[in-house]
Design a binder for this molecule. Structure first.
Ligand code: HEM
Length: 436
């Protein structure tokens, strides 16, 4: 198992312990990583070994191993959403970190500021009180770890257990006493999924191929106000979204959006990236009650919200409440206005209007019937997700991750570690945001 040795097909726990002991890696960490299994596939064992070795350099490794085991034991919760706390822990870690501003060095995961009024009350953090409550028993069990450390550790363990990247954990975040801390972030830094998109129903606010008007403003907002502000580039931004939104779901009582991005929402994969490019996406709002009729009620967002779904609005369908008068859209009009070539920005985002790639000779109607042969899983995308397909700068990375799950795992792991260490006392100065 040493560096340079060929990777074995499987590695037993005993062999791993024999190798890791001399390297100073705590047995508790190794046993925890095996998660009750006697063997692991060789490549995964090597990934774990490298991460554990890195983790052991930062001290407290044995304690971290024990805390990891405690997190692992609580992740499976049958009554919670899709049976796992992993998604909500990832979101807690992301929202505690995503407030970081590289210019002022304020915000970030250090401090666990979400325990106090301003951040707790940020509408973008709705529902995360429940995630924080799940951590309370851990804090009681491991008082030497700060809340801010435990929030991040919980996400790392969730990622590792679900086949995601193995991220070496560094302890050392220090909790704020209250919201008067000098680096406490102002509310408003966490992203809104429809920023810059005009209000109104999908018929009014999408073009003939189903792309939202105003998406360019949303792309700029995501790029500059959100990801560049923290010090990420386009590739890291796409890696973070592709790795993050493969987990969990949206809830109408939290964000107002509804449904899961992928079919397997508790396991790491590149399904989000692949499905975004391969499936057809229709923009819907709360009035799209046909979703209920086809067994996709879970994809109908709250009033005032728009999102994309992997289902097609039945031909000729119009709302019964006279809304069609307010939204004078007709299928005939849309079809008549179909461009002969798809705009560079469109990725078949709303069959039956979307055009497949210009070099794709397959008839449009057949493309739209890609779900033939069985009902598809109910899946959704936010406007801010679709931007990754519409914006050329993001899309090149989306396409790469749709092809290569290992590359996504590696890049997402690095970007998530960087995200969760922004502004931390032990972190290196992050690279400054690119300013093209
Ligand atoms: C432009 C950036 C982003 C926007 C606009 C956004 C928006 C959202 C929204 C609206 C939800 C639904 C919340 C709910 O109703 O419960 C959500 C959930 C989630 N987000 Fe994001 N997000 C962004 C980036 C990220 C990133 C970078 C990650 C992680 C690296 C992430 C991880 C998650 C996870 C795991 C969930 C599911 C939570 C659960 O199942 O409870 N998001 N996001």
């Amino acid at each position: 198992m040493g560096a340079g040795a060929s990777v074995p097909d499987i590695v037993t726990l005993d062999a791993a312990l024999a190798h890791t002991g001399p390297l100073g890696i705590a047995d508790a960490r190794v046993t925890e990583a095996f998660g009750g299994k006697e063997t692991l596939p060789g490549p995964r064992a090597m990934e774990l070994l490298a991460a554990m070795q890195e983790e052991s350099k930062h001290g407290r490794a044995a304690e971290v191993g024990t805390a990891r085991a405690a997190v692992r034991a609580m992740l499976e919760q049958k009554e919670w959403d899709d049976g796992s706390l992993t998604p909500v822990f990832i979101r807690l870690a992301w929202h505690s970190s995503g407030t970081y501003d590289a210019a002022t060095k304020t915000g970030g995961s250090n401090g666990a500021g979400m325990r106090f009024g301003p951040e707790a009350g940020d509408p973008e953090n709705a529902g995360l009180d429940k995630a924080r409550a799940f951590i309370e028993p851990l804090k009681a069990q491991f008082p030497n770890f700060s809340y801010s450390d435990l929030w991040i550790l919980a996400a790392y363990v969730g990622l590792e257990v679900s086949g995601g990247p193995v991220i070496p954990f560094t302890a050392g975040r220090v909790d704020y006493d209250d919201e008067t801390a000098a680096t406490y972030p102002p509310v408003g830094r966490l992203p809104a999924a429809e920023k810059g998109i005009p209000a109104g129903c999908p018929f009014e606010t999408c073009d003939a191929v189903g792309v939202m008007h105003g998406w360019e403003a949303l792309a700029e907002y995501m790029r500059r106000d959100i990801f560049y502000r923290m010090g990420f580039d386009d590739r890291e931004a796409v890696a973070l979204l592709c790795g993050g939104h493969v987990y969990g779901r949206c809830h109408t009582d939290r964000s107002g959006y509804a449904g899961a991005w992928v079919a397997e929402m508790t396991q790491f994969s590149n399904e989000y990236a692949a499905d975004m490019l391969e499936d057809t996406w229709t923009c819907v709002d709360h009035d799209d009650v046909w979703l209920d009729d086809i067994g996709a009620a879970e994809l109908r967002p709250a009033p005032g919200k728009k999102q994309y779904v992997n289902r097609e609005r039945p031909a000729g369908w119009a709302p019964k409440d006279g809304k069609a008068l307010v939204c004078p859209f007709s299928f005939a009009k849309a079809e008549a206005s179909l461009p002969t070539e798809p705009p560079a920005s469109a990725t078949r985002p709303g069959c039956p209007f979307a055009k497949a790639a210009a070099d794709d000779a397959e008839p449009e109607k057949e493309k739209c019937a890609s779900s033939a042969g069985g009902e598809p899983d109910n899946q959704m995308m936010l406007a801010s997700d679709m931007v990754l397909a519409w914006d050329k700068g993001f899309r090149v990375h989306l396409e790469a991750y749709a092809e290569d799950e290992d590359a996504l795992r590696t890049d997402f792991g690095k970007a998530f570690k960087k995200l969760t260490e922004l502004g931390c006392p032990f972190a290196k100065e992050p690279a400054r945001a690119p300013t093209p």
